[in-house]
Design a protein around this ligand. Structure first.
Ligand code: GAP
Length: 508
């Protein structure tokens, strides 16, 4: 599909029409950046989460699970640095009254310069053909050299401003680059200010006195504070990991990108505890492992790329994103962070409790280092859904919308369809449902013409449609129609289970 906002709009409208995702509280005009998953969406989302859980927890003997609470002691967020440092630098345009992340405005400007560089490269590679040397061109072409110098200078000023909290310098940078508001087109900007992204609420009744607590902005801290509980009770030896899937909350200011950026979302995180000094080895290991996991979903490798961070979060000594090519371009899908002993060290200091591991091989105790893998479930859902969405023109001139979902992730694995809702066909179809539903989630449908039912199943990504017709009553065979090729085959009912099982295995 075209790589633009238009294709995202089509996916949003398809997701609503076919029960994947609804705007939260829609009858009250919706709540911005909060979404509900419909009957098909919830199945797809659960299938993705189960695949992650199986790959991370069940297939690694040294990773165990956890389900910690959303509410945590408020000091957790002081220790983790979120109270003081989980901020975004925001700037408002006085004419449009729109608010933007100041760093994103500058980064978007950098992308524009980088696109100019790529245009020059494209032109030159067409001119020089096979003899074109990209690296030499980037290093010697005067215009490109100038662009690259400009990018480096902007990045350096931006990151210095962010690291040293020099917000006035970032405002000056925005002014010097003549960045305009995409809505009003004006350069009438406010000062840059920091906004904390955590939601807060009160715990306890007023008579007892209340305490401000936060809705967790990441699931990771639940893992850190339980590090010793889990290590001791599950008898884990370093290196080992703790994995968790759960809700996280952020008061995102820019939240206009469907389930890509939400205020309530789900994370799938794993903290891997290692011996200090070995963290870079494990960081590189998990970078590769996680990319392999993404490829196991069956989406093409060229849709993914690594992006190594230059500006590091307050807790990291190395960090990379796995980016996916969403309809809105290449964007972060997962983060892999080497978090050093920052979190455990801070919790040890704030709680006054030792959070150390006794390493029998070294005969010494230490605060472990941590390598984290952190992926958004909703973003993975969007990656899978947006890649699967396809509008096809068929040979007979008709059109269909089909979701080419990886079969093992599809909400329904098969639909069982009696050709007509009479002559004993529904009873036979129900027998097939009973045969398959123990292992596979199937849908029974008898309303509308068979053609319309096929289209509906295509639109929700069901890999197989099994049609029961009059011949079925005579010889116990059915037709099985494959979603992508639309080819139909007549098979014995006794083989259905194996055919579906094989298809699901092949696609993992
Ligand atoms: N514990 C580390 C951490 O939370 P992060 O890069 O801020 O790191 C990890 O978030 C992942 O969570 C992101 O790669 C993204 O997939 C997902 N995520 C973050 N903010 C999100 C939001 N507002 N809406 C949806 N997903 C989000």
């Amino acid at each position: 599909m075209a790589n633009n906002e238009e294709s995202l709009k089509k996916i949003i409208s398809h997701a609503k029409e076919y029960g994947f995702v609804f705007q939260s509280s829609e009858i009250y005009d919706g709540l911005s950046a909060v979404y509900d998953y419909g009957s098909f969406g919830v199945e797809l989302k659960k299938n993705i989460a189960n695949h992650w859980w199986k790959s991370m927890v069940h297939f690694h003997e040294n990773i165990v699970g956890l389900d910690s609470a959303i509410f945590m002691h408020p000091t957790v967020w002081k220790a983790s640095g979120h109270v003081d440092a989980f901020n975004d630098p925001m700037i408002d345009n006085k004419d449009s009254k729109k608010r933007y992340r100041a760093d994103v405005l500058v980064e978007d400007h950098i992308v524009k310069i980088e696109e100019k560089i790529e245009k020059e490269v494209d032109k030159a590679s067409k001119r020089f053909g096979d003899s074109f040397d990209r690296i030499m061109f980037l290093e010697t072409n005067p215009r490109v050299v100038e662009y690259r110098k400009k990018v480096e200078e902007i990045k350096s000023r931006l990151y210095k401003g962010l690291e040293n909290n020099k917000l006035a310098d970032i405002k000056t940078l925005i002014e010097e680059l003549e960045i305009v508001c995409p809505v009003s087109g004006s350069r009438n900007w406010t000062e840059v200010r920091q906004f904390n992204l955590m939601f807060s609420t009160q715990i306890g009744s007023l008579s007892e006195g209340t305490n401000t607590i936060y809705l967790r902005p990441e699931t990771a801290q639940g893992i850190f504070v339980n590090f010793l509980n889990v290590q001791k009770s599950a008898r884990m030896k370093i290196p080992f990991g703790i994995a968790q899937i759960g809700k996280a909350f952020r008061n995102e200011i820019i939240a206009r990108q469907f389930v890509f950026r939400m205020r309530e979302f789900e994370q799938m995180e794993m903290q891997f505890f290692v011996r200090p000094g070995t963290e870079m080895e494990w960081y590189n290991f998990w970078k590769q492992e996680r990319m392999k996991w993404h490829l196991s979903l069956g989406l093409p490798a060229e849709k993914y790329r690594f992006h190594d961070h230059e500006k590091l979060a307050h807790y990291a000594n190395a960090a990379a994103d796995i980016e996916f090519e969403f309809p809105i371009g290449f964007k972060e899908l997962e983060g892999i962070h080497s978090r050093t002993d920052f979190d455990l060290g801070a919790h040890q200091q704030y709680s006054g409790k030792k959070l150390q591991y006794f390493d029998p091989e070294l005969n010494e105790s230490y605060v472990p280092y941590v390598v984290e893998t952190s992926i958004g479930l909703d973003r993975t859902f969007l990656a899978v859904l947006s890649y699967a969405y396809d509008e096809q023109k068929l040979a007979d001139g008709s059109e269909r919308v089909v979701l080419h979902l990886p079969p093992f992730l599809a909400p329904y694995k098969a639909a069982v369809l009696p050709l007509v809702a009479k002559d004993g066909l529904p009873d036979k179809a129900r027998e097939i449902m009973d045969l398959l539903k123990v292992e596979f989630l199937c849908q029974y449908e008898e309303k509308d013409s068979i053609g319309r039912r096929y289209r509906r199943q295509d639109a929700i990504g069901t890999p197989y449609c099994i049609t029961v017709d009059h011949q079925t009553l005579e010889d116990n065979t059915v037709t099985i129609r494959e979603r992508d090729s639309m080819l139909q085959e007549r098979v014995d009912i006794a083989t259905l289970h194996d055919i579906i099982a094989r298809k699901l295995r092949n696609n993992k």
